[in-house]
Design a protein around this ligand. Structure first.
Ligand code: NDP
Length: 245
């Protein structure tokens, strides 16, 4: 990552922990102006303060990606703070895994709301602006679960397949907006904390034994953003070397 780039205005959703937090740190350190959103605002404020003390440009706003108006206000806040949005990193996601016959319908809906609707809301909020300006980038975080399905992960995987489908559709519909899908393998974060089903939680302990740090994903995001306007890094999988998944 270089400090010599122009410093894009980059939005990061789900920046209060894990991958989003690491992406924020990496992009701010690289000289970008980063606007971060999530529901846990105290975490966003702490991160913002810490990075500003280093002279970096970061601003935070409360954001629930399941609400379109919230996302639109998030984008408006970013534009008022730093100017037109160059990049949105649609990273917010949840993963309350369970077998389908546990009928945790509320959790299925939450995954659809955050992981699919949240990404669509991010796209809807920035697309008019980036289309009008004739350039911009949408970075969507999918998963290895967007490439292969496993037991207890049917709905989660469906949402991550959907992220890839939406991204590829957007990419084909435009010749000037760069669309990037980043698919992490197992990364250390709070993602598995939301699992309420005992069997899924036990299965995940084994599945998540070999993990990489969120900074690995942040480097991939920074790489995709740093490419010239005519180069679209459209899909990247980043997984632990030692992981079979
Ligand atoms: P974390 O649980 O650490 O982070 C998830 C982030 O999403 C949090 O900042 C959380 O913030 C935010 N979030 C959840 N719901 C909402 C909402 N309604 N509105 C706004 N923000 C929300 O997990 P990760 O960092 O691992 O996850 C980041 C992304 O990476 C997800 O899309 C996940 O699916 C994907 N991924 C992760 C992998 C891993 O192994 N860790 C593997 C493959 C993909 P808050 O609760 O404060 O709102």
């Amino acid at each position: 990552m270089s400090n010599t780039n122009q410093g894009k205005v980059v939005l990061v959703t789900g920046a209060s922990s894990g991958i989003g937090e690491a992406v924020t740190r990496a992009l701010a350190a690289a000289g970008h102006r980063v606007v971060i959103g999530a529901r846990r605002t105290e975490r966003l404020q702490a991160l913002t303060l810490e990075l500003r003390e280093q002279g970096l440009r970061v601003s935070a706003r409360a954001l629930d990606v399941t609400r379109l108006e919230d996302m639109q206000q998030f984008v408006a806040f970013a534009e008022a703070t730093y100017g037109p949005v160059d990049v949105i990193v649609n990273n917010a996601g949840v993963m309350p895994l369970s077998p389908l016959n546990a009928l945790k319908v509320d959790e299925w809906n939450r995954m659809i709301d955050v992981n699919v609707r949240g990404v669509l809301h991010g796209i809807a909020a920035v697309l008019p602006g980036v289309e009008a300006r004739g350039k911009g980038q949408v970075v969507n975080v999918s998963s290895i679960g967007g490439h292969a399905v496993s037991p207890t992960a049917a709905v989660y995987c469906a949402t991550k397949y959907a992220v890839r489908a939406i991204s590829d559709g957007l990419r084909q519909e435009t010749d000037r907006i760069r669309v990037t899908v980043i698919s992490p393998g197992v990364v250390e974060s709070e993602l598995a904390d939301s699992i309420t089903d005992d069997s899924a939680r036990d299965a995940m302990k084994a599945f998540r034994r070999i993990a990489i740090q969120p900074e690995a994903i942040a480097r991939a995001v920074a790489y995709a953003i740093d490419q010239p306007d005519d180069v679209d890094v459209s899909e990247v999988i980043v997984r632990p070397t030692a992981s079979p998944y």
